[in-house]
Design a protein around this ligand. Structure first.
Ligand SMILES: [Zn+2]
Length: 421
């Protein structure tokens, strides 16, 4: 009985720490009085917990404001230097590692190119790059490794959060990668692994276009196509965390081949490579570029790609740039906008979001050019009422927010546990 009471008291204290730390993080600088109003905690509880957080150097004073007739009120905020967070973006074409302070200001960055599909084809070198990058950003920033709260890793594909974290890449026929176990061979830092789109979606919800919304879908288009679905403020994951594979929903029965092994997937119509292939076909004549479809199922990176990484982005940007003057470019983008509208209409009909946030490097380029066409196509496929209640806009954190998103994974844990390491 006594033991149970002690545990309850401890849980309560930890819960209060977490509640106050979250308010200080997202609403700060705020005064003790405002914290009481925001959380419903008594002034005594606020003072005690704030005292602990100040002593732990997780919170600091940030000036003061006049109060009505009383003493000036001291403002408090989470101390940016209270710890460091590392975000790792394992993309199709690069590994990028970034180290941030607690306010998510970037302090150091490291990057290494990858061939597409590298993580699932041959994970060891990718793991080696990640480990090298972790050391590099800690060195560069001058941070103490002890000050690193955790490492978030955003990867393409499905991340199964079981007893062992497994990464299932999007390509058909590959084995799952035990990424956490592989990384453990070279680091003791706390690891948090999730799908890159889910991580980036969390960053948009906290700091970008999703702020203030509880129900949103962050639709990300790059080399691959994915989505982060947030319902009632929480990411929607499904039974084994594979939810959100929007790129592999079917928009055309019997349609173009997709690298996942199926045909007719949205990714094979609006993914960056699909758009490039489509444009190349028209320019070179039908059949000149190999199979109609999403750029070389299994062979991605070994041929069949018009360009990878920066080349792919430059080629895609050139098509978008040419759409003002060139009929073929315009035609290809309008086709992509039509399929994208169908895909977004499905999201609206299934999830009834307040907002659809279009992002990813190709999504931002496409949206910047043909957002009105995308909206019009969506309107023609979605149920009228939920469509009218959904805003469709662009992501705000830029095209490269996966590492930032990955850093929110350890940050979420840090806030949820009241700042415990
Ligand atoms: Zn597919």
């Amino acid at each position: 009985m006594g033991q149970m009471n002690r545990r309850t008291v401890r849980d309560l204290r930890r819960g209060n720490r977490s509640t106050l730390l979250r308010q200080l993080y997202f609403r700060g600088p705020v005064s003790r009085q405002e914290l009481g109003t925001l959380t419903g905690l008594s002034s005594g509880s606020v003072s005690n917990v704030v005292g602990e957080l100040l002593a732990d150097e997780l919170v600091e004073e940030a000036g003061s404001v006049e109060s009505d007739g009383g003493r000036p009120r001291t403002l408090l905020r989470v101390a940016p230097g209270g710890g460091h967070l590392i975000g790792v973006d394992v993309g199709e074409t690069h590994v990028r590692v970034e180290l941030f302070d607690l306010s998510l200001t970037e302090l150091a960055r490291w990057e290494h190119p990858l061939t597409p599909g590298g993580l699932e084809r041959d994970p060891e070198p990718v793991v080696g790059h990640i480990l090298t990058g972790l050391d590099a950003v800690v060195d560069k920033s001058g941070a103490s490794p002890d000050a690193v709260i955790g490492v978030g890793v955003g990867v393409p594909g499905v991340v199964e959060q079981g007893d062992e974290i497994l990464v299932h890449g999007p390509t058909a026929g590959r084995d799952a990668v035990p990424l956490e176990r592989l990384l453990r061979t070279g680091t003791d830092l706390p690891l948090f692994i999730d799908n890159g789109a889910t991580a980036q979606g969390q960053a948009e919800m906290w700091f970008g276009a999703g702020r203030g919304a509880d129900n949103a879908v962050i639709a990300l288009i790059g080399s691959g196509v994915g989505a982060a679905i947030v319902t009632a403020g929480v990411p929607y994951r499904g039974a084994t965390s594979s939810a959100g594979e929007w790129g592999h929903t079917v928009v055309q029965v019997g349609g173009r081949a997709c690298r996942c092994g199926a045909v007719g997937c949205l990714e094979a119509y609006v993914g960056a490579q699909a758009v490039l292939d489509r444009y190349g076909h028209g320019a070179r004549g039908a059949g000149a570029g190999g199979a109609d479809g999403a750029g070389g199922a299994d062979g991605a990176g070994e041929g069949g790609l018009d360009g990878v990484g920066e080349d792919q982005q430059a080629a895609f940007a050139a098509i978008v740039g040419a759409a003002g003057s060139e009929a073929r470019a315009r035609e290809v983008l309008e086709e992509a906008a039509a399929y994208l509208g169908a895909g977004i209409a499905d999201l609206i009909n299934l999830f009834n979001p307040e907002r659809i946030i279009l992002g990813g490097w190709a999504g931002l380029l496409l949206g910047g050019r043909v957002l009105p066409r995308i909206r019009a196509a969506t309107a023609s496929y979605a149920l009228r009422r939920p469509y009218a209640q959904t805003e469709i806009g662009l992501a705000e954190l830029g095209p490269d927010a996966v590492a930032l998103g990955a850093a929110t994974l350890p940050l979420a844990h840090f806030l949820a546990t009241g700042g415990s390491r």
